[in-house]
Design a binder for this molecule. Structure first.
Ligand SMILES: Nc1ncnc2c1ncn2[C@@H]1O[C@H](COP(=O)(O)OP(=O)(O)OP(=O)(O)O)[C@@H](O)[C@H]1O
Ligand SMILES: [Mg+2]
Length: 254
């Protein structure tokens, strides 16, 4: 690929005590791509996501988004710059409705600011309407519109995953990081999630996806990065990675 990476992680490192969970890991995500991170359990994939979004600070290394360093920015400012993540165990707020969960995904709304609240009551109600319309349109596209007023706690595991992706879209990200979007999801919903990712990618959204579901990885990814024991093992197209003997060894231990 010829363009500059949208996300570029350089020698990112994090230790927990004596354990080097992520050890000098490099990663590049190109604009418009679906890029995946795979590796055995404990390889450091989720920790890498935490480092990319600065949920935990790296001991060493740098992360650039669209060429700008982001490794010293707090997560909410990274989100404002267009990189948003979901979690391995979906973090939806069970006691809020689906629609209220969606509202929480929007950023930089006028109503967040006290003075704006004071002076711009009318603007807020207009914005609130726009927010609701935006949320309903996204919920429609994931098939959750009928559940807008349902408590999120009543959703199935797969529906929660979908809601988390839908909520992330409320902030109109450029790059969406998904940590195991198919884990614990029934096959029909996995298919729906895959179709949704493909459709969003066609509209220009770039993805970085952690997944153990190899069918999903191989069918969706442009580029696959393999981690093992906290380090880069190999990277390549799905076909290259699938036949790589180092990858087979890492997974099968043979
Ligand atoms: N906060 C923490 N404190 C201590 N050790 C941690 C912490 N977070 C992760 N680890 C350890 O770091 C290593 C990498 O964990 P991580 O969750 O990043 O792996 P993973 O590749 O996401 O695994 P999985 O596929 O099972 O989700 C593991 O050995 C894990 O036990
Ligand atoms: Mg993980």
């Amino acid at each position: 690929m010829v363009s500059e990476p949208l996300l570029n992680a350089v020698k990112v490192t994090k230790s927990f005590g004596a354990l080097r969970a992520v050890d000098q890991v490099n990663l590049q995500v190109y604009p418009g791509s679906i890029t995946s991170v795979i590796g055995p359990n404990g390889a450091g994939k989720t920790t890498l996501f935490n480092l990319l979004c600065n949920f935990i600070s790296p001991d060493q290394g740098e992360v650039f988004l669209a060429g700008e360093p982001i490794h010293r920015l707090p997560p909410h400012r990274i989100a404002r710059r267009g990189m948003v993540r979901t979690f391995q165990v979906a973090r939806v707020l069970s006691r809020l409705t689906v629609l209220d969960n969606m509202r929480l995904g929007a950023q930089g709304q006028t109503g967040e600011n006290f003075w704006c609240t004071w002076y711009q009551g009318r603007a807020i109600s207009r914005q609130e309407r726009q927010l609701r319309d935006q949320a309903m349109a996204i919920l429609e596209s994931v098939g959750l519109a009928a559940m807008a007023d349902t408590y999120a706690g009543a959703l199935s595991g797969g529906q929660r995953k979908l809601l988390e992706i839908a909520r992330a879209l409320m902030s109109e990200p450029k790059l969406l990081l998904l940590d195991e979007p198919a884990a614990g999801v029934n096959p029909r919903l996995i298919e729906q999630i895959c179709e949704y990712i493909t459709a969003l990618n066609r509209q220009g959204l770039t993805f970085l996806i952690i997944e153990h579901n190899m069918d999903l990885i191989m069918s969706l990814s442009d580029q696959v990065w393999v981690l093992a024991e906290g380090r880069n093992l190999v990277e390549g197209t799905p076909a290259q990675v699938q036949t790589n003997h180092q990858v087979l060894e890492a997974y099968l231990g043979c």
